[in-house]
Design a protein around this ligand. Sequence first.
Ligand SMILES: C[S@@+](CC[C@H](N)C(=O)[O-])C[C@H]1O[C@@H](n2cnc3c(N)ncnc32)[C@H](O)[C@@H]1O
Length: 269
Amino acid sequence: MDKYVKTNYERWQELVEVNSRSPFYGLERFKKGGLFLDRLEREGVGDIKGKTLLHLMCHFGMGTLSFARMGAQVTGIDFSPKAIALARSLSKELNLPATFVCSDVYELPLNLEGQFDIVFTSYGVLYFLPDLGPWAKVVAHFLAPDGFFYIVDGHPASQMFDLGGPPPDPELRVTYPYFSREPVRSEESGSYADSEARMKNTVFYKWLHPVSAIINSLISAGLRIENFNEYPFASAPMHNNLVRKDDGFWRLPDGRMDIPFMFSIRARK
Ligand SMILES: C[S@@+](CC[C@H](N)C(=O)[O-])C[C@H]1O[C@@H](n2cnc3c(N)ncnc32)[C@H](O)[C@@H]1O
């Protein structure tokens, strides 16, 4: 594992415990029923009853198990053994059939067989991947003929801004490059799911892939882009200036819609 990926890996191992206790994930509430998927994730996959779905970088499986609740035959993969152990125990406890595989996404063809109607990944995934070319090939490898891939994630343009000062700091400061081959170092004492948490592994690295790199990686892997959308709101408080609205998404105050915070792509094999 390269040293940047290893640093991220250690932080993800620690984040499993922090996040699974956070109100953001609401694990105890999830155990009683309901879905841990927002509108864009649900609408992006559509009616999945009876379909096979592969969830890449599934964390501790709440999204994957939500797809199981929606009637799909699900497989979730993540490189964190702690995340996969918790996902497996939730699958058993909640009696929701699911296969969970512990694997680096790049090595998945060595660790998992089969093809899927849907390959899905969401929120906080692409900037943990050093190279999108091999990633897109893995996506294409696991798609059944005519199967589709759906991703919703942070928009590369929004990654240029720092977290902002304590609210109500009105500034969005451009701090990071849009085009960068080297990973960008970030440091946070807490988690995106619990800013008050005090973590041991505070440093992590992000690869800021431009939109063109994301789209071109999928085209080069042989996929046909069916749609690409951009959204002026976020799924999590990725900037201190964002406020949560009734639909659960986080937006800039005063109706400002000048920054794309998320994007989605649907592509078919
Ligand atoms: C932000 S989380 C995904 C969040 C998910 N949508 C959720 O809310 O539960 C990113 C996940 O990617 C995993 N991850 C990071 N790099 C990976 C890699 N190279 N291969 C597989 N999993 C990876 C981490 O362990 C983490 O669980």
